[in-house]
Design a protein around this ligand. Structure first.
Ligand code: ADP
Ligand code: MG
Length: 236
């Protein structure tokens, strides 16, 4: 579904991505993990076309994304920090996005997260007055709103209360089970355990490994993702 082939991106002398190759398929939920500055966000932004690689290429359903930006309609993106017009209400943000996108995809919108988070009770609230957690709920609801085939979620549960975090995880799981591709970064590895099928571990712009979770568990003898990662890193 998404193939990155030898993607390199330099900022000055620093290689934020160094010959990164990865194949991401339908029905997979891939955790993108690695220390701060290892290139996770740069990789995500390359897939979204927000960063253009210096060399290498990325295909979406077999087509080079550089020639065809329309592929983006198939992606729901939840940025680490969502930025919205301060004076708009939550309701206005949702209507604006629907005006821009909904009729183009031809699919019915999915408002289940809006309801599950109780945002339908807060539609009159202005974005500038929202707490960080409520803002995250708006970002999450927008990522899923247009029923995209691919979900790219950058630290999705950061700032969410435990109940909301659980609601979001259930939603991610159910979309994955429908055969969607989910790419997710999180610093809280324990959250990813029940969600993911694959792990891409990045360091200094390189992919250190890209494995099925079950293989990583087998190779390390550890059930928990955090312990499995620790075990791999300590052997290096
Ligand atoms: P991560 O998401 O894994 O924390 P990033 O992809 O954000 O890492 O960053 C990888 C490296 O690239 C970091 O050293 C970061 O400072 C650098 N970097 C990212 N974006 C830019 C940019 N627009 N200009 C200069 N350096 C950048
Ligand atoms: Mg990042």
């Amino acid at each position: 579904m998404i193939i990155a082939s030898n993607v390199t991106k330099k900022f000055g002398k620093l290689a934020a991505l160094n010959n990164v190759s990865a194949t991401c398929n339908k029905g997979e939920c891939i955790a993108l993990i690695g220390p701060n500055g290892s290139g996770k966000t740069t990789f995500i932004k390359s897939i979204l076309g927000m960063v253009v690689p210096d060399s290498g290429f990325i295909t979406f359903n077999g087509r080079n994304i550089i020639h065809d930006w329309m592929y983006r309609r198939h992606i729901g993106y939840m940025p680490q920090i969502g930025r919205y017009p301060d004076n708009m209400t939550i309701g206005q943000v949702f209507s604006m996005m629907k005006d821009i996108r909904a009729h183009k995809t031809g699919k019915p919108v999915d408002e289940s997260l809006i309801k599950a988070f109780g945002l339908d009770q807060l539609l009159q609230k202005r974005m500038r007055t929202l707490s960080g957690g409520t803002r995250q709920k708006v970002s999450a609801s927008l990522a899923f709103l247009f029923n995209p085939d691919v979900l790219i979620l950058d630290e999705p549960t950061a700032g969410l209360d435990p109940l909301s975090s659980e609601i979001l995880k259930e939603k991610i799981k159910s979309e994955k089970d429908k055969g969607k591709l989910v790419l997710i970064t999180s610093h809280i590895l324990s959250e990813l355990d029940e969600l993911i099928t694959h792990v891409i571990y990045m360091q200094d712009g390189n992919v250190q490994f890209h494995k099925k979770l079950s293989d990583l568990q087998k190779d390390t003898g550890e059930e928990k993702l955090a312990r499995a990662i620790a075990s791999v890193m300590s052997k290096k």
